[in-house]
Design a protein around this ligand. Structure first.
Ligand code: G6P
Length: 362
């Protein structure tokens, strides 16, 4: 079956490798023969009427929501923000006049998100759930639902659901933006971009030995690690860092690169790994300076960089894709470094201590 890990030693490695196929599946599912993305008509009507999008999720899905909010703002010019479900439920932000809610959940069962859905339904608001499990609670109870098409995800640490969530959010943002007459959406060739993404992911998963070496030389013996970036690269850093802490038990933080100097840089010691994520032209130079500031305090710096921004000293170079979609490539090295670090430490990659795949308590 699809949920079988076959010859793979762990589900997580299989699920990392599944990602190029998942990107292609999303193109097949959501685009017509002319390469135009399609979403449900009633859903589009509701989205068009919204003055603000409230994305609600937990864990890795929240991190996908942070990227999605940027996609909605930049492609559709609709105000959007991603909220941690457990916070939203009991510290509800002020709502706009016409809010619309988007729930992101791999499992569709997370109790924190279900609590928010119950509340906003009672208030009469409409919602969409993006989930990998059709017929899950969040899928059944929202007004609309869309499938992630990632195939079963078994490893506790989420990989392909993250990339699938971002790709499906891009589909929705593109359709909404086009409908609203936004040039940014019209000019964004998403079908082509997702094809480039699939190839770019394939190129990364084909060089696993590179990431195994980095894990062995720079992570296995470390107590702390930092991923840093700005904007979309910051959102990516949060997910990259979560992957590391979940399965290696290394204390790791994703830091907005400009915030390092306001505290986290105090934690840098000789050899502490600091990974700079550099995929946004506007902030590439600033993030490089922040990396250099940590190197001056003894850190071991590494870079994950888009090809067009790369130089000869960079460590991991990503194929060039649109900056808005860069997390789809930049997360792959982080997934693989975490995987190999966990493996080399002799830990249970697929079932890390204290964590559950789906958390059905608040
Ligand atoms: C658990 C899992 C995480 C996941 C989070 C949200 O904590 O260990 O991997 O990101 O729940 O799950 P969901 O199914 O709602 O995406």
């Amino acid at each position: 079956s699809e949920a079988d890990k076959g010859t793979y030693p762990h589900y997580m490695l299989k699920e990392i490798d599944d990602q190029p196929a998942v990107m292609r599946k999303i193109v097949q599912t959501y685009f017509n023969e002319d390469g135009e993305p399609q979403i449900d008509g009633a859903l589009l009507t509701d989205l068009k009427a919204a003055d603000r999008l409230y994305i609600v999720a937990a864990g890795t899905s929240w991190h996908a929501g942070l990227v999605g909010a940027k996609l909605f703002e930049r492609l559709a010019h609709v105000s959007a923000e991603a909220f941690v479900a457990s916070e939203f439920a009991y510290d509800t932000p002020m709502l706009s006049e016409h809010p619309f809610f988007i729930f992101l959940s791999q499992s569709g069962e997370t109790a924190d998100s279900r609590e928010v859905l119950t509340q906003i339904k009672a208030a009469g608001y409409h919602s969409l759930t993006l989930t990998n499990v059709q017929n899950s609670t969040l899928s059944r109870e929202a007004t609309y639902t869309m499938a992630l098409e990632a195939g079963p995800e078994i490893a506790v640490a989420s990989t392909k659901a993250y990339t699938a969530q971002i790709a499906v959010e891009a589909v929705i943002a593109k359709v909404l933006g086009e409908t609203l007459g936004q040039d940014a959406a019209r000019d964004f060739d998403l079908a082509n971009q997702l094809g480039l993404v699939a190839n770019g992911i394939q190129a990364l998963v084909d060089q696993k030995e590179v990431f195994e070496e980095i894990a062995k030389n720079n992570f296995v013996d470390q107590r702390d690690a930092f991923y840093i970036g700005r904007g979309i690269d910051y959102a990516l850093s949060l997910e990259a860092s979560l992957k590391l802490k979940e399965i290696t038990y290394i204390h790791s933080e994703g830091v907005a690169a400009g915030e390092l100097k306001h505290g986290p840089i105090a934690l840098i010691e000789a050899g502490t790994p600091v990974i700079g994520v550099i995929t946004q032209a506007k902030t590439a130079g600033l993030t490089r300076s922040n990396l250099a500031e940590t190197a001056a305090r003894g850190s071991h710096i590494m870079t994950i960089v888009s090809k067009s921004l790369a130089n000869a000293h960079d460590d991991i170079v990503l194929e060039d894709i649109d900056e808005l979609l860069s997390p789809l490539l930049a997360i792959i090295p982080a997934q693989l470094i975490s995987y190999y670090t966990s493996l080399l430490k002799g830990l249970d990659v697929d079932k890390p201590r204290n964590l559950a795949k789906s958390v059905t308590v608040q």
